[in-house]
Every structure is written in C-alpha cells, then in structure tokens.
Design a protein around this ligand. Sequence first.
Ligand code: NAP
Length: 251
Amino acid sequence: MTTPRIAIVTGAARGIGASIALRLAEDGHDIAVLDLDESTCAATVAAVTQLGRRAVAIGADVADEAAIRAAVAKVVGALGGPTILVNNAGIIRDRSLAKMTIDDWDSVITVNLRGAFLMSRELQPHMRAAGWGRIVNLSSTAALGNVGEANYSAAKAGVQGFTKSLALELGRYGITANAVAPGFVVTEMTRAVAERTGMSFDEMKQQQIDATAVGRTGQPEEIAHAVSFFADERSGFVTGQILYVAGGPRG
Ligand code: NAP
C-alpha cells in the first residue's frame, strides 16, 4: 500500500497519459490532468473521480514557462502540493533528415524535452518541501534510433540523460527520477505515424508485431503499469533507470 499523494500527469487527455492518470488514481492518488486544451481533459477527470479520487483539469502547454507556472499554482490551490510528476506529453513530426524543417526539429525538442525540464523544475520545490517525490519521464525505443525520427530520437534520448541527471541531483531530497521507454503502443500518435507513411494502420501494426519478441503491440495500460511501479512508495531505491516496455529486449 502506497501513501496517497497528489500527481500531475501531462498529456493526460488521451492515450498513454489518460491510462497513467487512471492507474495512479487506482493506486490511491489525486490527479491533476494536464493537457493543451482544458476541455479535452473532461473524460479523464470524470474517470478519475469515478474511482473516488479528486481530479482537476488543467489546460497548459508544457513548453510555455508562464503557463506552467500558472498551471502548477492552480493545482496547488485545487489539490495541494504535487509530489508525483509524470512527464508524458509528447509530439512527433516525422520526416527524413533531408526534408526536416527547423520547425519540425524545434517543436519536437521543445515539447518533449523542454516540457519535461520546465515541469520538473516547477515541481521540485514541492517535492523537496515534502522530502519525497517521484518524477517519471516518457522516453521511447526511438531513443535508440529510428528512420525519419531524428528530432524525436534526439528528444527521447535527451529525456534519458535528463532523467539520470535529476536522479543524481535530487536523490538526497527523497526524490527519484526514472523513465519508461515504450515500444509500439496503439494510440492516436501511432495512428498518425501510419497516416504519414501512407501505410494502413493495420499494416503498420503487423509490421511492428512481426518485429516484436512477444508478437503483439503494446497497450497504454502496460505503460501505466511501469509508471505505477516507479511512482510507488516502495520504489525509493530505484532511480536514474530507463525501463523499456517494448515486448522485447532493448537498451
Ligand atoms: P498521443 O495519443 O498523441 O497523446 C499525447 C497527448 O499529449 C495529447 O493529448 C496531446 O494533446 C498532448 N500534448 C501534446 N503537446 C502538448 C503540450 N505541448 N502540452 C501539453 N500537452 C500536450 O500520444 P501517446 O501515444 O499517448 O504518447 C504519450 C507519450 O508516450 C509521449 O511522450 C510519446 O512520445 C510516448 N511514446 C508513445 C509511444 C506509442 O507507441 N504511442 C511509443 C513510445 C513513446 P493534443 O491532442 O491537443 O495535441
């Protein structure tokens, strides 16, 4: 049994983030459901509330410093000081290196990497005040390299280095930092990848299934399970780790 805490999950309106929010609510935590548009958070908020936990919808761009400051203040006012942070918000802008624009590069680095930095920096005073904290960052198997994803691969590899540095800096305050690196999980994001490559989603899923040891794609709940482990009270001796949840050996 883990002590009830207040958690912020970014990009929690849908997909993996929504599953993480629900899983942390099942674990007994209250949840700030943060996404770009506050109105899109309603379904996740309702599902958390149905589980008997408190929830608040927060609209903010994780890459916008002023917005994040205001968002965290709103969470503190509504729920209290958050001590669990899941940096899940992420975007892709896949293109071959030859065709990749500066905007493709900057937007992916900004949301995936600067977003995690800003959120972590904003929340660490609350974790330090509590003498306890859990930061869980979403990396990806793309950190190991992926054709057409130089921007995303760089961001997700950056997330891994960022995680290890936080673990070293914050450990003495009772704060752990770990990362979950999913393989192919069925969400809107992977559906969009298929659309961009001109492949049907079923074709793309089959390609992934063929390349995966366990012979299937991943589900958002399986990523949430790994996040739950890192966020748990009993995982305090685990920090700076990257856990590939990818249906096969990676890393
Ligand atoms: P998703 O379905 O695209 O959901 C991402 C959510 O993040 C969306 O609700 C999106 O809002 C939100 N978001 C985007 N930019 C944001 C910003 N600047 N500030 C706040 N929220 C923002 O993605 P997913 O597949 O669930 O992926 C979740 C995380 O897992 C990402 O970090 C992704 O890179 C990582 N991951 C996914 C897979 C996979 O196979 N799905 C594999 C490896 C890693 P909008 O809808 O308004 O854009």
